[in-house]
Design a protein around this ligand. Structure first.
Ligand code: AMP
Ligand code: MG
Length: 402
């Protein structure tokens, strides 16, 4: 049986980023740039004032000196004249500097008397001026390939005049739930039935990470029904099924996949939860068969499917970030397989504390709720004492992150 490390290495070798597409900047939120992006112009476009105040030609003026106010320049309207030696032009933040002016004195540092101002302090030559191209110049690279586009990147590219970008598109992911016992949310479960909660967990995880979800609904444990839905799923970039990959009498998923050209990457990994996980490709689509137990499907999604999705979406580093933490509770030993424990993070005195969720059973929905990280615990580990420093895999940014 593969280890976690062997399995993830296998996945990352098998997955390439989706071919890039050109799209409007406004639609590319969360996507990753496929090529560098350059500014179309200088910013600022001209020397301008960093303050509301008065612009003038510096000539060694000091405290008490007076200047005649020769005009007014608001933001967005250049001033046509050029003030003389003893003159100043009232100027608003962001307004272009009148020709010849090189210095700005803020309103707060002046006293107005009629059409004149008196300087309350001694200005420095060039103060409060933002220079043309100071932030970036035309043709300058604003962002490199591989950069994800979040709010800060959106603002920067817009400022540089970039209207379209070449990005890796959002992966389209088909979700298939399998099991005779499942009913959709909203239908009352009959005897022996449960709600298809895995769909809601995984669809939410996928949407949180910017993927497009295609629901294939519930397939009964019936070869014909599975086949029809799997065929539809193979039109997406990734097919994720839950349930039906163990060794039970009605675990048909792998068999039906094979009829659709499935090439096995691996089946079963020596981990807990999630041992029966299945990975491979069929007709160019990545296929993950996740176990049906909620915490096992969620864990295998985080451990295996999410890095594959990040790679598809062009992220240069698809693996989850790691964080050093201190355990707030002991972790029992005596488990052969490598474990991944759900838990929460708290910051105390500059260190992160990790509290394992009280319920770790693979059948438990509660273990996942609120979890911020997974703690890998090596197989055959002895008991690990509370207070021990370890490394966790971050599922979302720690408290205080943005
Ligand atoms: P399986 O992997 O098909 O043997 O399913 C293992 C366990 O997970 C069973 O108890 C199932 O009832 C449960 N299960 C399977 N699919 C789902 C689902 N979509 N939502 C919630 N529980 C599920
Ligand atoms: Mg099943």
């Amino acid at each position: 049986m593969l280890t976690y490390q062997q399995a993830i290495d296998h996945i990352l070798r098998a997955v390439r980023s989706l071919p890039s597409v050109e799209m409007p900047l406004t639609e590319a939120l969360g996507m990753v740039l496929a090529e560098p992006v350059d500014a179309l112009w200088d910013l600022p476009p001209a020397d301008n004032s960093a303050m509301d105040g008065y612009a003038f030609v510096f000539a060694g003026q000091g405290v008490g000196d007076e200047l005649k106010v020769a005009g007014f320049v608001p933001a967005g309207a250049p001033f046509s004249g050029s003030p003389g030696k003893e003159e100043a032009v009232k100027i608003m933040t962001g307004a272009p500097l009148p020709s010849g002016c090189d210095t700005v004195v803020p309103v707060e540092e002046t006293t107005v008397e009629g059409d004149r101002i008196r300087l309350n302090g001694a200005p420095r030559k060039g103060q409060h001026v933002r220079h043309r191209g100071e932030e970036f110049g035309r043709g300058e690279t604003l962002l490199e390939a591989g950069t994800p586009l979040y709010s800060g990147e959106m603002g920067l590219l817009a400022a540089g005049g970039v209207t379209t970008v070449r990005v890796h598109p959002a992966p389209r992911v088909a979700l298939l739930s399998t099991g005779d016992e499942l009913v959709e949310l909203g239908s009352a479960p009959g005897p022996g039935q449960i709600v298809n909660s895995n769909y809601h967990l995984l669809a939410a995880r996928l949407r949180e990470s910017g993927c497009i979800v295609v629901s294939l609904g519930i397939a009964r444990d019936d070869p014909a029904e599975l086949a029809a839905r799997i065929a539809r799923g193979l039109e997406c970039d990734m097919l994720i099924s839950t349930g039906g990959v163990s060794v039970g009498d009605r675990d048909y998923v792998q068999e039906i996949l094979r009829e659709h050209g499935f090439e096995l990457g691996f089946w079963r990994v020596g981990i807990k939860p999630g041992k029966p996980v299945l990975f491979g490709t069929a007709r160019g689509t990545l296929v993950f068969g996740l176990p049906g137990n909620p915490a096992a499907s969620a864990a295998t999604f985080e451990l295996f499917a999410r890095p594959a999705l990040r790679r598809l979406a062009g992220h240069p580093d698809p693996l989850p970030p790691r964080l050093r933490v201190t355990l707030t509770a002991a972790v029992n030993g005596g488990e052969k397989r490598q474990r991944f424990l759900w838990g929460t993070l708290h910051e105390r005195g500059g260190r992160y504390l990790f509290t394992p969720s009280a319920r770790q059973g693979s059948g438990q929905n509660r273990s996942i709720q609120g979890a911020q990280a997974l703690l890998p615990v090596p197989g055959d580990s002895p008991e690990i004492a509370s207070g021990t420093e370890m490394e966790v895999m971050l599922l979302r940014l720690p408290p205080g992150g943005s």
